[in-house]
Design a protein around this ligand. Structure first.
Ligand code: AMP
Length: 602
């Protein structure tokens, strides 16, 4: 039996592409219309479901058509259409599945065998819900989605798979219909490592279209005193004409927008004929082009690189055909983008390469993605212990040893958080679980090993284990990437803004914890040592009262000085006692001081 093929699918907002590996080659599969890209449009006509080119052709006239469903992935929104006269509701996953079914069907015909597995690409900043929804769509379509990979990563994979020997740093600028992503990758000996990602989930070709739509609307208002916005049909034609004009302006200096009988006004039918120059279009959309500059700079900063360190700049997505976009990228990075790749097909080809890797047809290729935010746990005083820092390459496993905060504590609660703040506040709690059955012991003695693992699909597992009795508890978090790029950016910015304040709070809390622990010890020794020197007892009680008062009044600096004094005195006293004991030839097996914090890192 022939080896099972894993297809690569770029399930795009506007268009979708399917590719597959054939031996060492990747091929883009043609749809029944002979085209290599298939519009991501689904429609119903006379009860029949149609997908792709034919559905797109009637998008304007058939109200029962659905386009750009990718934008709804991961939401609870439903799409309503009439099928055979009856209103029906579909989830975004179902609609995407209709597209996938169509792609799967024609891929099977082209390949000549059944296809059950696929690698599907998603924008780098797709959150977990959106990724899960993509997987579900695959399942509905009868496809086992063996891996979800990020679109820019796929592009780099496609570009670099035959350049494995050359070490290079690549920036992928991906501007599609609705989203913008930047990724910086390092290619070295077949390893594709994502160094940083950034982007804007709400910026794409549609925004350029809308600028033209608004321009036409304003012209109509001015010339005909007619507001076209309320006419749904006219607006849909306007939108289509705007996109057409935008695409034409990528190849010529001016374009004519012709919309005969756009609407009926009080003065009769409205015919629109307008000329739009590329130079005017560029002025109107300059701010949009400019919005892509910051994510580029952010990604460079995050990767610790200068523009001059980049070896290649890849342009991906239909909107990178806009000349002003290409110009800006070249100016910003001081390097002409690579012109050998096809921006429409490169992502699907990369997905097919990853399919080839998973099927065992391609060797020496390893894809390493990163986690977008720091993961850690909450410790005493709501202070965060970070275990996996943001932008760490996944898959990854990290462990740290913690202890108990109170004497004879037999249970610890592990709260898993994501974010950049050093204190709980401002971080996102991903999950919580308890480890019970810890053997009773003084605080700080039990050794609780907490391990974090993130797998290739971004799924996190956290385990806590009592190293003494091997008792274990585990939680699996499916949603460690459940945040949108805005949320991620906000969390990073907030952390920056609160850095000083957080550090102050962290220090404040750890000083209070230190004081409380000392009070505990002192009180314990008063009750335990019945024959304590009354003078010393009185002194201790006085110190305890002072410490408590300082905690109460939050006199942190004074508290620190006081703690240092007491601890110094205690250590001197302990030394004296030890010397005394040594001279008395008594064996002294004092335990070391108790630490309730991190003891080791692996
Ligand atoms: P994608 O999601 O990569 O298929 O990109 C789709 C977006 O690219 C849509 O907004 C298209 O209007 C836009 N697009 C496609 N071709 C061109 C072109 N030649 N010039 C400008 N924009 C284009």
């Amino acid at each position: 039996m022939a080896k099972e093929k894993i297809i690569g699918i770029d399930l795009g907002t506007t268009n979708s592409v399917v590719a597959v590996m054939d031996g060492k080659e990747t091929i883009v599969l043609e749809n029944p219309a002979g085209k290599r890209t298939t519009p991501s449009v689904v429609a119903w006509k006379n009860g029949e479901r149609i997908v792709g080119e034919i559905a797109k052709r009637q998008l304007e006239t058939n109200p029962d058509s659905i386009a750009s469903v990718k934008r709804l992935m991961g939401t609870n929104e439903k799409v309503k259409v009439k099928v055979d006269g009856k209103e029906q509701e579909f989830t975004p996953e179902q609609v995407s599945a209709f597209i996938l079914m169509y792609l799967k069907e024609y891929a099977e015909k082209k390949v000549g065998s059944k296809i059950e597995k696929a690698v599907i690409t998603v924008p780098a900043y797709f959150n977990n819900d959106q990724r899960e929804a993509t997987k579900v769509a695959g399942k509905i379509a009868g496809l086992d989605v063996v891996r979800i990979i990020n679109e820019p990563t796929a592009a780099a994979l496609s570009y670099g798979v035959d350049k494995k020997d050359k070490e290079q740093k690549i920036l992928v600028y991906d501007l599609g219909g609705g989203t913008f992503d930047v990724s910086i990758l390092e290619l070295s000996e077949g390893t594709f490592e994502v160094l940083a990602t950034s982007g804007d989930n709400h910026l794409g070709g549609d925004d350029w279209d809308n600028v033209i739509v608004d321009w036409i609307k304003d012209k109509i208002k001015k010339d005909n005193n007619f507001d076209v916005s309320k006419d749904k049909m006219a607006m849909s034609r306007l939108k289509e004409a705007a996109e057409k004009a935008k695409i034409e302006l990528s190849g010529s200096d001016s374009t004519t927008i012709n919309l005969p009988f756009l609407a009926i006004t009080d003065n009769g039918p409205l015919n629109v004929e307008l000329e739009l120059k590329r130079s005017d279009f560029e002025k109107m959309t300059a701010n949009l082009v400019d919005r892509t500059r910051k994510p580029i700079m952010d990604a460079l900063k995050e990767a610790g690189l200068k523009a001059s360190d980049l070896d290649e700049v890849l342009l991906v997505g239909g909107s990178t055909r806009i000349p002003a976009v290409q110009k800006m990228v070249e100016q910003t990075l001081g390097k002409a983008p690579n012109r050998t790749i096809n921006p429409d097909e490169v992502v699907a080809i990369g997905a097919a390469v990853q399919g080839g890797v998973l099927a065992g047809d391609v060797s020496d290729v390893l894809l390493l993605d990163v986690t977008p935010l720091t993961l850690g746990i909450v410790t005493e005083g709501d202070i965060i212990a970070p275990l996996i820092k943001r932008n760490t390459t996944i898959p990854v496993t990290k462990s740290q040893v913690f202890s108990t905060a109170a004497d004879n504590q037999t249970e610890v609660s592990i709260v898993v958080v994501q974010g950049e703040r050093e204190v709980l506040e401002g971080n996102k709690v991903l999950g919580q679980f308890n480890l019970s059955g810890i053997d009773p012991a003084p605080r700080g003695v039990p050794q609780i090993e907490v391990s974090f693992s993130i797998d290739v699909n971004g799924i996190t597992t956290v385990t806590a284990k009592d190293k003494k009795n091997n008792k274990e508890a585990t939680i699996t978090i499916q949603n460690s990437t459940r945040l949108s790029d805005e949320e991620i950016e906000k969390m990073v910015k907030d952390a920056e803004a609160h850095k000083e304040e957080d550090q102050k709070r962290k220090e404040e809390r750890s000083t209070i914890i230190r004081a409380e622990s000392l009070i505990n010890m002192m009180e314990k020794s008063i009750t335990d040592s019945k024959d304590m020197d009354p003078k010393m007892k009185e002194q201790s009680e006085k110190e305890i009262a002072t410490l408590k008062e300082m905690i109460e009044k939050k006199q942190i600096e004074e508290l620190k000085t006081k703690l240092d004094q007491i601890e110094q005195a205690a250590s001197m006293y302990a030394n004296q006692q030890a010397n005394k004991a040594a001279t008395e030839k008594e064996d002294d097996n004092n335990d070391g001081p108790i630490k309730a914090e991190v003891e080791e890192e692996k």
